[in-house]
Design a protein around this ligand. Structure first.
Ligand code: HH2
Length: 262
């Protein structure tokens, strides 16, 4: 899954693809590099990001979805029900939902031809989530939450449900690493529950910058490729079937190691 943020303020690619033509060109570039899905977002979810009015988010994403959906599967990265609905009508077939609450939109679309839903775990909201995340058992709590949401979505009629542990969404470094090390358990639980699979997004995230620098100040976002690739490979070898990334070409090369020839 290639990331396409049509925003001025995303933590890594903010401002690069705010113009429709630039966004469409980058989406097509990621398809050429091997992306199976392009995930289009019009509102940043980085820590402390400001909320965007619904009409602004729609203006940003709809023309890009309309242009790309005839070339590649498109997912909409949103937490707003109206944006999910409009995006599905414009050609998206997957709702990528960091609020883990929008399955009704996917269910409604499923009746008319089939939409999938990605439930992402987040503790708190983007504004506050990194203030003081706390879990008694992060792996257990994240897994239980995701399976409960997946069951609700399936009961509502969504046939394609993905779960994502939400790396960086209300998680300390230790929480992120624990979730990454225990991915095989989440993969097994998701499979037993009838999910389509597990999605993981680590690409260029802050904890990788901290691991790279070894000090309190993270390395710059465009200097986190090694960690992004290492964690994508770790996820894939753990049985994860979708990784959400900025750097499609190199990740697709790594992903081919786990392909049908293996
Ligand atoms: N991370 C981000 C946004 N959406 N969706 C899923 N399924 N998993 C993730 O880990 C995930 C996500 C945050 O990254 P990004 O979109 O690059 O930045 P921003 O939120 O600043 O736009």
């Amino acid at each position: 899954m290639g990331i396409l943020n049509v925003t001025p303020d995303s933590f890594s690619d903010g401002g690069l693809y705010l113009a429709t033509e630039a966004a469409v060109a980058h989406g097509l570039e990621m398809v050429a590099e091997g992306a199976d899905i392009v995930d289009i977002g019009g509102e940043s979810t980085r820590p402390e990001a400001e909320a965007v009015p619904e009409e602004v988010e729609l203006e940003r994403v709809l023309p890009v979805i309309a242009a790309l959906s005839s070339h590649v599967r498109v997912s909409i990265d949103t937490v707003k029900p109206a944006v999910a609905k409009a995006a599905l009508e414009a050609g998206a077939t997957l709702v990528n939902d960091v609020s883990a609450s929008l399955f009704a939109a996917a269910a409604a679309a499923a009746a008319a031809g089939g939409a999938g839903w990605v439930a992402v775990h987040m503790q708190g909201s983007p504004a506050t989530m990194q203030a003081a995340p706390h879990y008694d058992d992060v792996v257990d709590e994240v897994t239980s939450f995701l399976l409960e949401r997946a069951q609700m979505a399936m009961a509502a009629g969504v046939r394609e449900v993905w779960v994502d542990p939400g790396i960086g969404f209300g998680k300390t470094m230790a929480h992120n690493l624990s979730l990454l090390h225990h991915l095989p358990e989440l993969v097994a639980a998701a499979e037993a529950a009838g999910c389509a699979g597990v999605v993981v997004g680590t690409s260029r995230k802050r904890f990788l910058g901290l691991l790279a620098s070894g000090v309190d100040e993270p390395s710059p976002v465009d200097d986190r490729l090694e960690g992004s690739l290492a964690t994508a490979a770790l996820a894939l070898v753990s049985g994860v079937s979708m990784v959400r990334v900025h750097d499609v070409s190199v990740t697709a090369q790594a992903a081919r190691l786990y392909g049908p020839a293996a």
